[in-house]
Design a protein around this ligand. Structure first.
Ligand SMILES: [Zn+2]
Ligand SMILES: [Zn+2]
Length: 250
């Protein structure tokens, strides 16, 4: 499978680092992990037909991970209506309350009463086939006021794990879920150990404890990239810094 980094930054977009969005492809299967603001722009730039997206996985409800989901669905719906095409049902994975939160957004930003959109929301901890991929979700700690999930995507005995935003305080169960991943896509957004984000040093220690084969650090601000690269330099065979447009084969 191939991972394409569509957005390697956090909440503040810059020319080089858009908010969180990652595409995992295997054959015709296209799984979009997170859908922050500007995800649609990156899909357009890369000539990815939005109708070809098989499923979307949302890690949590911050705008830099969630805010382009409604524009994505609305664009697909209106496009199908204009072209008089049958609407393909989209599956969206995410933490509990996903559907409720999406419907609140919809009430404000998509108020047409009679437009029914074919979407399947799958909330919480699941194990599902998505095209040719197997997707497992697991609990992660980020902020206490909503739940967050991470994603393990597997095919042919190989696995890619994406953990979304992370508090520095994860339990043993979290480590069991990421252990042995062939590729761990993990945030390194914090400068200091914190209750809401992880540092590059913490990500490196976690990767070593959990026998991760390869790590891509993401959710990094431009002005923090040099600091993160200095940590990566200590683990050159293990870690890489994500850049928008980067592709990694697993
Ligand atoms: Zn974030
Ligand atoms: Zn967040």
């Amino acid at each position: 499978m191939r991972l394409t980094i569509l957005g390697s930054g956090g909440m503040m977009p810059t020319k080089n680092r858009y908010p969180a969005a990652y595409l995992v492809e295997e054959g015709d299967t296209k799984l979009l992990l997170d859908c922050g603001h500007l995800t649609l722009a990156r899909l357009i730039e890369r000539d990815i037909n939005m109708h070809d997206i098989t499923a979307v996985g949302i890690t949590h409800f911050h705008a830099d991970h969630f805010s382009n989901l409604l524009p994505l669905m609305q664009a697909l719906w209106v496009d199908d209506m204009i072209l008089q095409k049958e609407h393909k049902r989209l599956t969206v994975f995410g933490p509990s309350t996903l559907e409720e939160r999406f419907n609140k957004l919809r009430e404000v930003m998509w108020p047409e009463p009679n437009e029914s959109y074919g979407v399947e929301f799958v909330e919480g901890i699941v194990n599902r086939k998505v095209g040719s991929l197997v997707l497992d979700t697991f609990d992660v700690q980020h902020v206490p006021w909503f739940s967050s999930v991470g994603y393990k995507v597997s095919t042919g005995g190989l696995s890619l794990v994406y953990t979304g935003d992370l508090s520095g305080e994860q339990g043993k169960e979290f480590e069991d879920n990421v252990r042995g991943a062939d590729l761990l896509l993990i945030e390194a957004g914090a400068v200091q150990p914190s209750k809401t984000h992880l540092t590059a040093e913490q990500a490196a220690q976690l990767a070593q404890r959990c026998s991760i084969k390869r790590v891509v650090l993401t959710h990094v601000r431009d002005d923090q990239a040099a600091r993160v690269k200095a940590v990566i330099a200590k683990y050159p065979d293990l870690m890489t810094l994500a850049e928008d447009g980067m592709m990694v084969d697993v």
